[in-house]
Design a binder for this molecule. Structure first.
Ligand code: MN
Length: 130
């Protein structure tokens, strides 16, 4: 299985680490440094999953998620927010904006792939209940 991950993340070090871990596990990774180009790439690539940083310049992750969810062809792709926000309310906002879930930043190299895979598994059957 060669799954494609779209990584929308403005921080180069975070992009580097996530890409490294994903490629090591056999994923194809395409990354975008801002929301607008991330949305464009999502439309042209139709990735298996989208990893979305919430703190992005110009258009934040919540806005990006809403745009992706408003698009019929993209609306079923799992979106996982990657967020360093500690407050529960911010995470609820991620889910309200259309994300399927979130993982914590800094990402944990030991569990990152497992966390991502859980969302990929969920995409082929019924959506995970909250
Ligand atoms: Mn960021």
């Amino acid at each position: 299985m060669n799954r494609t991950v779209l990584l929308i993340e403005d921080n180069e070090q975070n992009r580097y680490l996530a890409t490294f871990l994903l490629e090591l596990s056999g994923f194809t990774v395409v990354s975008a440094a801002d929301g607008r180009s991330g949305i464009n790439l999502a439309q042209s690539l139709m990735p298996d999953i989208i990893l979305l940083d919430i703190q992005l310049p110009t258009m934040d992750g919540h806005a990006v998620a809403r745009h992706l969810r408003a698009n019929d062809t993209l609306s079923t792709i799992p979106i996982v927010a990657v967020t360093s926000y500690a407050m529960a309310g911010d995470r609820e906002r991620c889910l309200e904006a259309g994300c399927n879930g979130y993982i914590e930043k800094p990402i944990n190299p030991d569990t990152f792939i497992e966390e991502i895979s859980a969302y990929l598994g969920a995409s082929s059957s019924s959506p995970e209940s909250p």
